[in-house]
Each structure stands twice: as C-alpha cells, then as structure tokens.
Write a protein that binds this ligand. Structure first.
Ligand SMILES: [Zn+2]
Length: 231
C-alpha cells in the first residue's frame, strides 16, 4: 500500500464541479492549483470546489514558464492570483487557512529560484507537509526545504492529445513503472507521494471520465489518499 496527497492543476474549467462531485463521492480531499485567469473565467466553479472542501492554491495568473520571465513579472503573476484567490474564498464564505503555490511546468524560476523561495517564505505561503516522503533524492535536491509544491508522481495524462500517440495505456505504464526516469515508484509498498493530475477539458474530450479511470485504477492497486496538510 502507498499513501498520497492528490493535487489537481490548472483549474477552473467547465468540468470542475463534476470533478469535485466525484472527489466528494470518493471521500478524497485534494489540493487544487488554479490559474488566476481561469478562476476569472469560471469563478462559480472555483467557489463550488471551495464550498465542497477542496483547497485551492496559486498556480500563477497566465501559467508562464518562470524560468523565461523576469522575477518582477513572476511576482506580479503570483500577486495577481493571490488577490483573486482571496476574493473567491471570501465569496465562498470559506476561511483561507493555507497559501500553497506551484510553479507552472514544475519550473522553479531558473536563476531566480532562491529569490522566489525567499519571497514565498517572507509572504506567508504554505508548504505542503512532505515529511513522510522518504526518497533520498527529495532531500538531496533540497525539495524538502522548498516552499512551493512539486510532486513525486505525474500521471502525464495531459500528453493525451490528438496526434500525440500517448494513450491511457501509457498512463497505466507510468503507474506500474518500477524504474521511472524521474519521480518515485507509485505503487512501492510503504511509499508516500504527491500526485499530479490536471483538470483539462481537452483530455476529457479524448478520454471521457479520464480522472475517474485513473483514480479508480490506483485505488484498486493499493493507493490510499490522505488530506493535504501544511507545515
Ligand atoms: Zn499547470
């Protein structure tokens, strides 16, 4: 058996309420990372997620690669989204206890990485509790010190696109991979994970119910979900 916190990126979409309903039905509380721009397009769907117990963190405003923009542009992306999130928490009538942040594409800002970490530390951002992650590389690469939220397992289902050749079979191969090129072995006995999944309408158009298929598959294979907690 392995244990995991589920994180879902790129909300909000037209499908967010259906996704939330499914998570509620399964009793899974997740950490969602929102684009500020997408929340402005679908505020009611982000509010729906909050009112159903999901936590929403900051995933920038327009989802740029932070290694390719200036530090000032990056901070503007973060701050604009912070105020949008403050606003929807308020509209949802839910207290905002945590302020997690995830860089788009897992890019930590290139040469500005340490400046971003310092900024997040100084501005009250929340670190997802990663103390149960026992992979040596997690500590060796300093991920245990970083405030932003990376992941240990990526379904890579966003690669299912017209013409990509990547299918749900490839997603399952990743789930069962015992020697992955990056990240941890999801189904390794006793392992702890931060799992990355996305709320993408493009994927839904290719594979209806893709998130149900993936979540059910890993639950059947011994993954138990735990609530996101912060340190
Ligand atoms: Zn993203």
């Amino acid at each position: 058996m392995s244990t995991a916190v589920l994180t879902i990126d790129d909300i909000a979409t037209n499908n967010t309420p259906a996704l939330v309903d499914y998570l509620v039905e399964k009793g899974i509380r997740v950490l969602m990372f929102a684009w500020g721009e997408n929340v402005e397009k679908h505020p009611e769907n982000a509010i729906y997620a909050l009112q159903h117990g999901m936590i929403i963190g900051n995933h920038s405003y327009t989802h740029p690669n932070f290694a390719e923009i200036s530090f000032e542009e990056g901070i503007a992306e973060i701050e604009k989204t912070e105020s949008i999130l403050d606003d929807i928490y308020k509209k949802a009538g839910v207290e905002r206890k945590y302020r997690p942040f995830r860089f788009p594409y897992g890019s930590k800002g290139g040469e500005n990485k340490e400046k971003y970490e310092q900024y997040l530390r100084d501005h009250g951002f929340s670190k997802l509790d990663d103390r149960a992650i026992s992979y040596p590389w997690w500590k060796e690469t300093g991920l245990d010190k970083d405030i932003d939220t990376l992941w240990t397992f990526d379904f890579a289902e966003y690669q299912i696109r017209p013409g990509s050749g990547f299918t749900m079979e490839d997603v399952f191969k990743r789930v069962h991979d015992t020697n992955p090129g990056s990240g941890g072995v999801l189904l390794e006995e006793g392992s702890n994970h931060i799992i990355l999944m996305h709320d993408h309408e493009e994927t839904l158009a290719m594979v209806p119910d893709y998130y149900k298929i993936m979540i059910e598959h890993i639950m059947e294979n011994g993954v138990t979900f735990k609530e996101p907690e912060f340190i």
